[in-house]
Ligand binder design. Structure first.
Ligand code: AMP
Ligand code: MG
Length: 454
């Protein structure tokens, strides 16, 4: 699944120097030539991910997963011709020209309910009382609903139901649902690659299947790094902050269809980091946060470099410029891809959104990787200070046929509440200084109303 040395090869293509380590790549207010474009970073990362293997599971456990097999129908649906109404199964020839004034009188020779097999055939001049979903008896070709007969009057007058008067001439085949109308035997009903939703669960059940093969969910290990971090649920001591990245990242993993494995907080020392990284064994992806930007104390970088092969990048985007990507050596060709997200809470989430979510969806076998993109109108300006692509947190509303995007407040990469108020990211391209109120912008929709977690 992984491609070892991947980042290195790209480094070579770009003139042999390690892009992020160039000492001249720092600085604000000018375009940093050594930064990777979002697309380049995306491509280098995505080259390491493939669809995972299949697993067989009960239907209800497969929701949101991707079918790993073509499903051909083992039966016809419906299996037998059956009635679409409560009424009388009869021969259309017997009711030709029937009306309220000139009804057709037929002998009722039996009754068939849903789930039963008819024990008689309809002959000329006869009818069988039939319920919705019951198999249509041999000899019958049409079902006339009770409303078009004298059944209600007969019941009211206490007359036996051994005869019935039909008041309408109904077309041949009326209210008969033919065998195989929905699906005939052997039909390809659901294609490999289909995402299992409620309707697919229903279709699979209608075929009698109780298990199905789907692409398994990737296990994604989550590790926060930093001496300043404290676990939630404990008292905050001086100088510390709570670890929120583990939670926003784990929640994003769930929302992307992965299974998070929380490894907790690694302190900025060799022993602790190495110890925590042991627990990544068997994961399909490791996502760390913090300790990967240029100014950072090098411990995280050192350890990751020792345990595998890492690339430390600056991506031409704001937030989330620093990004690490590589592989932890797992031995026996079992390298685990590792993505080092920046530490700032909004940067971690935006980098996850741009790079980890598509990687997880690829492992899940999904083919539609990006979020829905809409074009809309800004209601307040967004600024681009230094030639990076800006992803501004915005609240998107659909008003008068247009998507209106309103920045959710201060755009600092530490302001996590403004991420909470946002349902989209409005884009200001690298080469534009600003987007003003009234300007049209591309908006990445993070939430589409009440998004289901799939
Ligand atoms: P770093 O990348 O280590 O320089 O971290 C950048 C910023 O993100 C610092 O202000 C950190 O305190 C903060 N930060 C790092 N990790 C976390 C975390 N797990 N939860 C919340 N904030 C964090
Ligand atoms: Mg740190």
């Amino acid at each position: 699944m992984t491609s070892h040395n991947h980042g290195q090869h790209h480094g070579d293509r770009h003139g042999g120097h390690h892009v992020p380590e160039n000492p001249h790549s720092h600085g604000h207010g000018h375009v940093d030539e050594d930064m990777l474009s979002v697309e380049e970073a995306y491509q280098r990362i995505m080259a390491s991910f493939r669809t995972l293997e299949a697993e067989e599971k009960p239907l209800l456990e497969c929701i949101g997963q991707v079918l790993a097999e073509d499903i051909h129908s083992p039966l016809a649906l419906p299996p037998l011709a059956n009635s679409g109404m409560d009424g009388y199964a009869l021969r259309q020839a017997d009711i030709a020209g029937a009306s309220k004034e000139t009804p057709s009188n037929l002998a009722v020779i039996g009754i068939v309910a849903a789930g039963q097999m008819p024990d008689k055939e309809v002959q000329a001049g006869t009818a069988i009382r039939i319920m919705t979903g019951a198999p249509v008896p041999g000899g019958a070709d049409t079902v006339v609903p009770f409303e078009e007969t004298d059944e209600v009057e007969r019941k009211r007058d206490g007359k036996p139901l051994d005869h019935v008067a039909i008041f309408a001439d109904m077309p041949l085949g009326c209210n008969v649902r033919p065998a195989g109308e929905d699906v005939s035997i052997g039909t390809l009903v659901l294609e490999k690659g289909t995402v299992v939703r409620a309707a697919e669960v229903g279709v699979l059940a209608s075929l009698g299947l109780d298990k199905v093969k789907v692409i398994r969910r990737p296990v994604v290990a989550v590790l926060a790094t930093g001496d300043e971090l404290e676990n939630t649920g404990t008292a905050l001591t001086g100088g510390k902050i709570y670890d929120s990245n583990s939670f926003s990242v784990a929640a994003s993993i769930v929302a992307s269809g992965g299974v998070p494995r929380l490894l907790g907080i690694a302190r900025d020392n060799l022993e602790d980091l190495n110890g925590k990284l042991e627990a990544t064994a068997g994961a399909d992806l490791v996502v760390t946060s913090a300790g990967v930007s240029k100014g950072d104390y090098d411990i995280v970088k050192d350890v990751l470099n020792q345990r595998g092969e890492m690339n430390f990048w600056s991506v031409r985007m704001r937030p989330a410029k620093p990004l690490a990507f590589g592989h932890l050596s797992g031995g026996a060709g079992k390298d685990i891809p590792l993505m080092g997200l920046p530490g700032n809470p909004v940067s971690a989430m935006v980098a996850f959104e741009m790079f980890a979510r598509p990687a997880i969806r690829t492992m899940l076998g999904k083919t539609r990787l990006p979020r829905p993109l809409v074009e809309g109108t800004l209601t307040a300006p967004i600024f681009n200070e230094d030639g990076r692509r800006v992803y501004a947190r915005v609240e998107v509303e659909f008003i008068d046929g247009d998507y209106r995007a309103t920045p959710t407040g201060p755009q600092g990469s530490n302001i996590l509440t403004s991420m909470s108020r946002a349902n989209g990211l409005a884009v200001c391209p690298e080469d534009e200084r600003r987007k003003d109120a009234g300007d049209r912008v591309q908006i990445i929709m993070l939430d589409w109303n009440e998004e289901v977690l799939v």
